[in-house]
Structures are given as C-alpha cells and as structure tokens.
Design a protein around this ligand. Structure first.
Ligand code: F0G
Length: 385
C-alpha cells in the first residue's frame, strides 16, 4: 500500500539516505507555522511578526517525531531488532510509538528516577516499551544507555544518532514554507541536548548552499537557568566552534569549574533539565553558521510565557515556552528589534506536563510548594488574584 509522504518525507530529497520502501512513517511532520498576535504583544514585536511553529501536533506530541521517523527508518534499513534511548520523556514517547505502531523493532527506554513528566511516562508505558528507571538524572541515563547499546549492539535513538537530526531539519523547511520562503530574522528554540539547534544550523547552511535561501536567519538557543551549561560556556567562557578545534580538555575544565559533577540540573522545564548536552559541538557550529546567541531564562519566566502562549490559543509544555521567554528577553535587551520577524519553536504539547500547569494556575499549595516554590517560582495568576 502506498505510504503517505506528506509530512517530513516530502522533503526527502534534502536528506536522501533511505530508499522509499524502507521509510517508516506514521504521519509525523504535519505541523504548520502560525501567527500569534497575543504572543507578539508579550514578546514586544510588531503585530504580525511573531510566529509559532507548534510541533506538539506530531503523533506523539513533540518535535521528536520529525527525527524519530528518520531514525526508525535507518534502524529498519540496518535490520535492528532492539532500539533504545535515554529520555526526559519525549524521546521515549516518540521511540515507543514508532516501535509499537510499526513493529519494526522492540524498544527499551531509560529514564532518570523522578525526572519525567507523567504524561510522557504514560505514553512509553502505554505503547508497551520496556521502561527502565535509572538512579540519577538524564545525563546518567544517557551515559548508561550509550554503554549498554554499544555492548549489546542495540540501535541508539538519542540525538547522537545523525539520522534523527536529518529528519529534524524538516522543521526548518516547514517554517520557511510557512513564510513563503521569506527568511525570518530570528529562529528561537529551547536548548536541552542541543539536537534541534544543531539540525537547524545544518538545514539552513545547506539551503543557503543550494541557493534556496539568500541569507541565513539568526538562531537564538534558550537554556533554562537551572540547566544552562551552553549559556555559561558560550557567554561566560566564550567557547566557540573554531573549525571544530575546541579541545575536549577545555570543555572538561569548564565542566569541572562549573561543578557539573556534583551539581544537578534543576528546572521545572524537565524536558531540558540536562547538564551535559551531547550535541554541544554541533550546536556551536550552528551558532557560528547562524550568527547565533544564547540566553537562559528562569522558571518563573518560562511559566509566565507558557501561560501567555496558552491564553493566545496555542498551549505548550514548559520547556517549549523557554523559546517565547527567551524571545521576550532578547527583545528587552534590544537584541531583537520590534520590526524583526521572529519564529519561536514550540517543541512539545500542552498535555505533556499537566502537573506544572495546574500547580501554576491553581496555586494548589502542596503541588505549588513541591514543584514550583523551591525553584523560585513565586508569582502565579492565582496568588495575584
Ligand atoms: N523541548 C522539548 C519539549 C524536549 O523534549 C526537548 C528534549 C527539548 C526541547 C530540547 O531539545 O535536546 O534538541 O535541545 N528532550 C529530550 C528527551 C532530551 O529526552 O525527550 P534538544
């Protein structure tokens, strides 16, 4: 039966690694760019100039499906029996849906204990993935799954997998398509493991090389303050791509100075609660390609921005709202001008982490104290009433 190539794979000439008959697809990538007047006001740019790319509308509810369709395709091409990932939740939900719907391979997902939003955990369980809880956080889980995968010949689906990043390039193609191929001034994206930002840089560099765009938009990568390794390396230690010549010792020295071994990442935006981003080097390259900037935003700013996105009729999970909070910060700093055209990537669906949303809006004391207050979130709509 003919496959539907209307989403990610209609751009397959721009990542031509798979024969058509190998493609594993479940209708991912049918997302569109939408204008938001409400978020434009909040960010402080002219009406008509703020666009949201809502990747929560993918089959598993996050942007990961753009990449997982490509990883699942490659896994099938190489005859993988078992695929694995570590995850803060969305990667595992995405891998699990591809495994269960296509039966192409079995799946094991590694998650940090207590480090996953319930909506996402419920997906991995419901899609029948073998779910392994690791004592520790995402960084520990990723280190473990990398070891286990290489020992046992298991196909690894984290964003170290280059095929995943190829699929995620399609997000940029859809953004540009939504703008009639008029290049925006800014692409603003949350930064966790830095796969998206890396893949966007590659997509844009290739489009320029192919003559499909005449200039490259600027990239803003937004960390949560409690997981701001990139922000520190880039803005405080001035680490740059430098033709790939960033000595590992330099990075490790900064990691030691930043006390990453004893300090755990901590943010309400659990999807991006990551200390050691695996795609650091690729992201540095993307930042160079795209004349990029890096910022970090506090959990209060993330939840306030998320509420604005919701009130504007979209809705997203906390990590996604870091893009909007970051755009607002860059506008306030005068880096983004009011006349700039800005695209914020909303990476995950509103229903992924309902606990954080309810705690913020309802002011439920127990939930509020346990989830928000200790992270410095003190202002909620409820408390202001
Ligand atoms: N937004 C959401 C909703 C995410 O789930 C993630 C990453 C990011 C942003 C960060 O993207 O890693 O490309 O910089 N989630 C991973 C996971 C780590 O396991 O689901 P990135």
């Amino acid at each position: 039966q003919p496959l539907d190539f209307s989403g990610v794979w209609r751009f397959r000439e721009l990542f031509p690694f798979a024969p058509e008959e190998s493609i594993v697809t479940i209708g991912e990538g049918q997302t569109i760019l939408q204008n938001s007047a409400a978020v434009a006001s909040y960010v402080g740019v002219q009406h008509g100039n703020l666009f949201l790319q809502y990747e929560g509308l993918n089959p598993s509810g996050s942007f990961k499906d753009n990449g997982m369709t490509a990883a699942a395709t490659h896994a099938r091409m190489v005859g993988a029996h078992v695929a694995a990932c570590a995850s803060t939740g969305n990667t595992s939900a995405s891998l699990a849906i591809y495994a269960s719907s296509t039966k192409a391979f079995r799946t094991v997902v590694f998650i940090g204990s207590g480090k996953i939003a319930f909506g996402k955990l419920s997906q991995a369980l419901d899609y029948d993935a073998c779910t392994v809880q690791i004592m520790g956080d995402f960084d520990d889980a990723l280190a473990r799954v990398r070891e286990v995968s290489s020992e046992r010949g298991i196909y690894l689906c984290n964003s170290v997998n280059p095929f995943r990043l190829e699929g995620q390039k399609s997000i940029m193609y859809r953004v540009l398509e939504g703008l009639g191929w008029e290049v925006p001034d800014w692409i603003v994206v949350p930064g966790g493991n830095l796969g998206n930002s890396s893949s966007f840089g590659k997509a844009l560099a290739e489009l320029k090389q192919l003559g499909l765009i005449d200039r490259i938009p600027r990239l803003a990568v937004i960390n949560a303050h409690g997981a701001n390794t990139l922000q520190q390396l880039y803005n405080e230690h001035h680490v740059r791509w430098n033709n790939g010549n960033v000595p590992l010792e330099t990075i490790n020295r900064f990691y030691a100075e930043m006390d990453l071994n004893s300090r755990r990442a901590d943010t309400i935006a659990s999807a991006i609660e990551i200390n050691r981003p695996v795609n650091l080097m690729k992201c540095l390259r993307a930042l160079e390609t795209c004349d990029g900037v890096v910022r970090d935003v506090h959990d209060q700013e993330i939840l306030d921005a998320k509420a604005q996105v919701g009130a504007g009729g979209f809705g997203c999970e906390p990590a996604s709202a870091a893009s909007v909070a970051g755009a607002r910060l860059l506008r306030a700093q005068g880096v983004i001008a009011p006349s700039d055209r800005v695209v914020c990537i909303l990476t995950g669906h509103q229903l992924k982490d309902p606990d954080a949303t309810v705690a913020y809006h309802s002011g439920n004391r127990d939930m509020f104290e346990s989830k928000l207050a200790r992270r410095g979130v003190t202002e909620t709509p409820f408390r202001n009433m």
